[in-house]
Design a protein around this ligand. Structure first.
Ligand SMILES: Cc1cc2nc3c(=O)[nH]c(=O)nc-3n(C[C@H](O)[C@H](O)[C@H](O)COP(=O)(O)O)c2cc1C
Ligand code: SF4
Length: 441
């Protein structure tokens, strides 16, 4: 049995508040005047061809900013790649605000609460790489589109010469916001990933080099543009500078979106969400392409952008605390089924392997699998890894193999038909409904 830790809110760290609006998510979005009063002007916004815009890429490099969309790629390297892509076609900026992770709400909190910070970042990035167009991508039906549209309208009046911003509404599919799928759809195709290279930075939207950047990354970039790298590094650790947004849910007292200093440990994240007063059995970290971690392991480890020994990769900042009466095997089987349905169906290992893994896990959850079947499941996960055109199957197999390790005792119970979790316990990991029929265009 996994050890159940009684989490209490004893270690809540001081809250850095940079990205989230002061009153937190849920309050009306910042108007442009409020936003400029809070943060002051940014030289690169008023004078996009001035020296501030020219120095931005070096400032981002010195700040050590890495992507907040899950992959953690160094942002300055991407800016340089797009700026240097050359050719006759001017680059474009794509703000990835789709937030496909069902348990994530951080980008929506930013887009609805502080849209101008994200748009500042997009505008500064556009000036730095010579882009003439900005597209903000959200999913169809996302309520953030309204606050965004109002913010775009206000800015057009204030900066008429700035790169124009359009809002694009993507199909509600998990893989549609993977960057190659996103630029393919923006170019008039289906929202399915393509093989890279060529990367979006080389051939993006309609063959224009595209800078695809997560909304939180651009909000950070906006602050680096204003206050510089030393200010940015004044919070966090040398390896994890700045702050990070987390969406915490499950068995915690106060689920929600929280901002913590980079390099925070899992214990601090749980404490900020009020702790898990009823106990926490294990934690799902990163997103549904992330992994399960034991509560002890999560509490102790620094949560990091990259992967390293003794650390836990925080991916898109999703943290789900599994309560003591939940079943990690059943939760993972539900997620694997949904994730298999989300495959774009283009690569054999993904289109056929994920449903096979999902069926095997469903059988395990129902108590129909023997030890040989579990070994087969492990083997299939190993065979699929690294064989898709995009990282979707890698995420699924990582989730599944972490479940087989963290819930090893529960797997044994399922094999012998004795799952001790409450059969009627409600699922903990949220899943969207109704997206199966969503078109790919
Ligand atoms: C299946 C899948 C879904 C993804 N969904 C998102 C998303 O919703 N938002 C996002 O910012 N990045 C998402 N990504 C990552 C993007 O491909 C890309 O790395 C990111 O937008 C780059 O921005 P960043 O460098 O600022 O993190 C997804 C990746 C995969 C494999
Ligand atoms: S790995 Fe899966 S989701 Fe990714 S491109 Fe191939 S079929 Fe599509």
């Amino acid at each position: 049995m996994t050890s159940v830790i009684d989490e209490r809110a004893t270690e809540a760290p001081a809250a850095p508040s940079r990205l989230l609006p002061p009153a937190g998510p849920g309050r009306p979005p910042d108007r442009l005047d409020d936003h400029l009063r809070r943060w002051g002007p940014a030289a690169g916004l008023d004078d996009p061809r001035g020296s501030a815009a020219a120095g931005l890429i070096d400032a981002v490099a010195a700040a050590g900013l890495r992507g907040r969309g899950g992959g953690g790629f160094p942002t300055a390297a991407k800016l340089r790649a797009v700026a240097g892509a050359g050719g006759r076609r001017a680059p474009v900026v794509v703000v990835n605000a789709a937030e496909s992770e069902p348990a994530s709400a951080k980008d929506r909190a930013l887009m609805t609460g502080a849209p101008h910070l994200v748009l500042d970042g997009a505008q500064l990035a556009a000036a730095a790489i010579g882009a003439r167009r900005i597209t903000v991508a959200v999913h169809r039906g996302d309520p953030a589109a309204d606050s965004l549209a109002a913010a775009v309208h206000e800015r057009a009046a204030r900066w008429p010469a700035a790169a124009p911003v359009e809002i694009a509404q993507l199909p509600r599919r998990y893989v549609a916001s993977q960057e190659t799928a996103l630029v393919r759809w923006l170019s008039g195709g289906e929202a399915r990933p393509t093989v890279a290279p060529p990367r979006p930075s080389e051939r993006g939207v309609g063959k224009h080099p595209a800078l695809v950047q997560n909304a939180e990354t651009l909000a950070d970039l906006a602050l680096i543009g204003r206050f510089g790298p030393t200010w940015f590094r004044s919070v966090g650790t040398p390896d994890e500078p700045g702050t990070r947004l987390f969406t915490v849910s499950g068995a915690v007292a106060d689920p929600g979106v929280y901002e913590l200093a980079g390099g925070a440990r899992g214990a601090e994240v749980l404490a900020r969400a009020g702790g898990g007063p009823g106990g926490v059995q294990a934690v799902l970290v990163g997103g549904y392409g992330g992994r399960w971690v034991s509560t002890d392991g999560f509490r102790a480890a620094p949560l990091t952008t990259g992967r390293g020994p003794g650390t836990v990769a925080l991916g898109a900042g999703v943290v789900i605390a599994l309560p003591p009466d939940g079943c990690g095997v059943r939760e993972t089987a539900r997620l694997a089924r949904w994730l298999a349905d989300q495959s774009a169906g283009q690569c054999g290992p993904c289109a056929f392997g994920l449903p096979a893994i999902s069926a095997q896990l469903t059988a395990l959850a129902a108590g129909w699998l023997d030890r040989g079947g579990v070994a087969t499941l492990e083997r299939w996960a190993g065979q699929i890894r690294g064989r898709g055109a995009c990282a979707h199957p890698d995420g699924v197999t990582q989730l599944v193999t972490s479940a087989l390790t963290v819930f090893a005792a529960e797997v044994d119970q399922h094999v012998t038909g004795r799952c001790s979790a409450r059969p009627e316990a409600p699922p903990v990991c949220p899943l969207p409904t109704g997206d199966e029929a969503e078109p790919w265009r």
